[in-house]
Design a protein around this ligand. Structure first.
Ligand code: ZN
Length: 419
């Protein structure tokens, strides 16, 4: 066999490799073997016709929380990945030095890739808030040692900078995170939230290539619609990441930043136990929200593939479908229409499109369907969300209790004469 898998006729959009338009894509041994407008069918073990569908690199979500069962915020990624096209789930600081071994053991079993940002606080996100209130938890030497022991999975340092998480410690947790990151040659991702410390205090500590997540949070609103400190950081080369979450994304702040020439560099969900059932749902929905305020399909695909891969220096051509890159591939139907979507404050905008995932491959293998996980008891849900979850459970039950085929679809597997 020449190829294990051949996707034919798809509408490719691969900003990282600079390719778009109708292309066939061939896969061998889990990697991209060839990409061309027309490839020979003969010799391919499996041919999948994706004519008329959008084909992108497997999506890279720069901000997620996946340590289900080990943290307050964690979810299982696999039940979401197979129907959302996200093959790389960067975990944003769920684990710190004390909990990283358990995190690594758990996430190694997932079908998706999970590079991680190490929390500067050794306790990580076991509880909803407060991890850096005890400064002894932010142990620089211990964090550096943990990075060195897990160099293959740790791609940056995470710190949550707001009054609930740092208490009286001010800028110290961020200073320590930057120290670890400098020592290890990694970027820092900073979560911004309610002051103190203020954005104006903390952003000057960031270095070019560091990342501010929740960049369009309501917290980042200022007199001009956005905080002036944000502009200085942007111009200094700090990367802006959406990190939608349950509290970190406001349409009006993003619109003000766009009007000021500050589009986000990366588009991520901050998908966790409290954002999964809304307002985030998944990465394609977050990407659609950005098209609602004027970003193009190409911009949102770049922001969820090659841009996050480059921001973290992910190895191996991840985030592109260049020859030899891992064969992580997402296939979508692009529905056009008018789709009303909400930010975390209930502000709505209308997206011109919706991305419906049809196929998701990781290393050339199709991710199989998985049922949604139960909601942990500490997650608050509205009556409408509870009702919708119950309705989805009934729909899944009805689907699975309907016999798969009728008598016509069956064969006599064991003839009665034993012939
Ligand atoms: Zn987060």
């Amino acid at each position: 066999m020449t190829w294990d898998l051949l996707l034919t006729g798809g509408d490719l959009l691969d900003p990282g490799a600079g390719r778009s338009g109708r292309h066939d894509i061939a896969v061998r041994d889990g990697r991209i073997a060839a990409v061309a407008p027309e490839l020979p069918r003969a010799g391919a073990a499996e041919v999948v016709d994706v004519t008329g569908l959008l084909v992108t690199p497997g999506l890279v979500d720069l901000h997620t929380h996946v340590h289900a069962g080990g943290t307050y915020w964690g979810i299982d990624p696999d039940p979401v990945a197979w129907h959302s096209g996200v093959t790389t789930w960067v975990d944003a600081g769920s684990a710190g030095a004390y909990t990283f071994p358990a995190f690594a053991a758990r996430t190694a079993g997932y079908a998706v890739r999970v590079p991680a940002l190490l929390n500067i606080s050794a306790v990580g996100l076991v509880a909803p808030v407060g991890e850096s209130r005890e400064l002894a938890n932010c142990d620089v030497e211990l964090a550096v040692e943990t990075v060195r022991a897990h160099r293959d999975t740790i791609v940056g340092i995470k710190v949550r900078m707001d009054r609930h998480n740092v208490g009286a410690n001010g800028l110290a947790p961020l200073r320590r995170a930057t120290e670890v990151a400098s020592d290890c040659g990694l970027p820092v991702m900073v979560h911004i939230g309610a002051a103190p410390p203020s954005i104006a205090q903390l952003l000057p500590l960031l270095r070019p290539g560091d990342i501010i997540t929740h960049c369009a949070s309501g917290i980042a609103a200022g007199a001009a619609g956005y905080d002036p400190a944000a502009r200085e950081a942007y111009q200094a080369g700090v990367l802006f990441d959406i990190g939608h979450g349950s509290g970190g994304f406001a349409f009006d702040v993003l619109e003000a930043q766009l009007a000021a020439g500050m589009p986000p560099h990366t588009i991520s969900t901050d998908l966790h136990s409290r954002s999964l059932h809304g307002p985030v749902f998944d990465l394609p929905t977050t990407m659609a929200k950005l098209t609602a305020v004027g970003l193009s399909l190409e911009q949102v695909v770049a922001g969820a593939t090659v841009a996050p891969a480059r921001a973290l220096g992910l190895p191996d051509g991840l985030g592109t479908l260049a020859p030899d890159a891992p064969a992580d591939i997402a296939v979508f139907t692009v529905e056009s229409g008018r789709f009303e979507l909400a930010d975390v404050h209930g502000q709505c905008r209308t997206a011109p499109l919706r991305l419906v995932n049809e196929l998701t491959y990781r290393a050339g293998r199709l991710l199989p369907p998985q049922l949604p996980q139960p909601v942990p008891p500490w997650v608050p849900l509205t009556d409408t969300q509870r009702h919708a979850l119950a309705g989805r459970d009934r729909a899944v039950r009805r689907l699975l209790t309907t016999p798969l085929v009728g008598p016509d679809g069956l064969a006599e597997q064991f003839p009665r004469n034993g012939a």
